[in-house]
Design a protein around this ligand. Structure first.
Ligand SMILES: Nc1ncnc2c1ncn2[C@@H]1O[C@H](COP(=O)(O)OP(=O)(O)O)[C@@H](O)[C@H]1O
Ligand SMILES: [Mg+2]
Length: 356
């Protein structure tokens, strides 16, 4: 719920606004003076309505001070009459808007609603910037680390295959006891290599190759690639693919993103379940990956996009943040929703037509 701080010394006016705003679902806190308003503001608020004339001070200066102390909040000035001066005062105070008294209910609600939305937009932008920064840091770190690890790992893999060849020359009886642990080590090295590839993906700069990509064809590839795995786990893999879902971007990265989503869905779905990949065309190309597994609990929906967050024993926690980054790089987005049965991941990307 949003809290509105109402600062005005006209009791009748305050009462009226309080009622209008509470009816719209806002929590309202009111004060008749700067001193009282300071105390009320300390408890937190999102939007403040401040009269320019207050008994113990200048409302414009007070509004400016509020804005400095709560930069995330938005201030709306209340003035006696519309004038150039009111507009200048609003600018001076860093206010979002000003309203002239007496003001009509729709005007009031419009101004407060807009301020409220503006706050949400700013928060969203901040979140994205933070995420981009975090990705960049992880990118640099993992790039150098991965390169350092890759060389000795490759050397180890090479020695292992040498060892394997020598073992295979021994008499059959002693081969099996040696080949089994050898295979396990090779498998683990393979996994490490895959993980390193994941890290390295972050490090690659935004060198997206903007070619025309058919999302349907891409989805078809991913399904072909994962079909054996799905069958092995007893999960039905369906596709509903629209024609003409073209976008411009980097096919291999988009495929990687879709592969991550589909693999996650297959892994989350119990034997006998299903996973459906759906591609629809429009101004936005929409790619949905839905499953009938347990879904993603509400409380976990933000966290799953954080790098290294995983609930799997052997998980890397990189699939989703990577896919999210790829969607953002293509001017789109990736969200998780509650599907009809389980989880539903939705990637929306601008169709190629919009881009030219
Ligand atoms: N389709 C899904 N259903 C339920 N949970 C999922 C699904 N996809 C992802 N998750 C959750 O998100 C987490 C992070 O996924 P991801 O970034 O791909 O890393 P990883 O697969 O290595 O765990 C998973 O560990 C899982 O808890
Ligand atoms: Mg994954």
């Amino acid at each position: 719920m949003s809290t509105v701080l109402l600062v005005d010394d006209n009791a009748a006016f305050v009462e009226n606004f309080e009622e209008i705003l509470s009816n719209e679902g806002y929590a309202v806190r009111s004060a008749g003076s700067c001193a009282a308003a300071r105390a009320e503001a300390a408890a937190g608020f999102q939007v403040a309505l401040v009269d320019v004339r207050l008994p113990d001070g200048d409302g414009v200066e007070f509004a400016a001070a509020l804005k400095r102390a709560w930069p995330e909040a938005e201030i709306i000035l209340l003035t006696g009459f519309a004038s150039l001066e009111s507009a200048q005062a609003a600018v001076r105070a860093g206010a979002w808007a000003y309203l002239t008294k007496p003001c009509a209910t729709p005007d009031l609600l419009l101004a407060v609603g807009q301020a409220r939305r503006h706050i949400d937009e700013k928060a969203e932008l901040r979140k994205r910037a933070q995420q981009a920064e975090r990705l960049a840091t992880i990118g640099q770190l993992s790039a150098s680390l991965s390169h350092e690890i890759k060389n000795p790992l490759n050397a180890a893999a090479l020695q292992l295959s040498l060892l394997e060849r020598r073992v295979r020359k021994l008499e059959v009886a002693s081969q099996t006891t040696l080949l089994e642990p050898l295979g396990l080590v090779q498998h683990e090295i393979g996994r490490l290599n895959e993980m390193l590839e994941g890290f390295l993906q972050y490090a690659r700069p935004r060198e997206l190759y903007g070619r025309l990509v058919d999302a349907g064809t891409l989805a078809g590839h991913v399904i072909d690639l994962l079909r054996p795995q799905a069958e092995q786990l007893g999960v039905r893999l369906d596709a509903r693919i629209a024609q003409g879902a073209t976008l411009s971007g980097d096919a291999s990265r988009l495929q990687q993103a879709l592969l991550n989503l589909t693999l996650n869905a297959i892994q989350a779905t119990p034997r006998g379940g299903w996973v459906r990949v759906e591609v629809t065309a429009g101004d936005l190309v929409e790619i949905r990956v839905e499953d009938n597994g347990p879904g993603v609990p509400e409380a976990m929906r933000e966290r799953i996009f954080e790098p290294f967050f995983t609930t799997k024993a052997g998980g890397s926690g990189l699939g989703l943040p990577l896919s999210h980054a790829i969607a953002l790089q293509h001017g789109g987005d990736l969200l998780v929703e509650q599907g009809a049965a389980g989880a539903c991941f939705v990637m929306r990307l601008p169709a190629s037509g919009l881009r030219s």
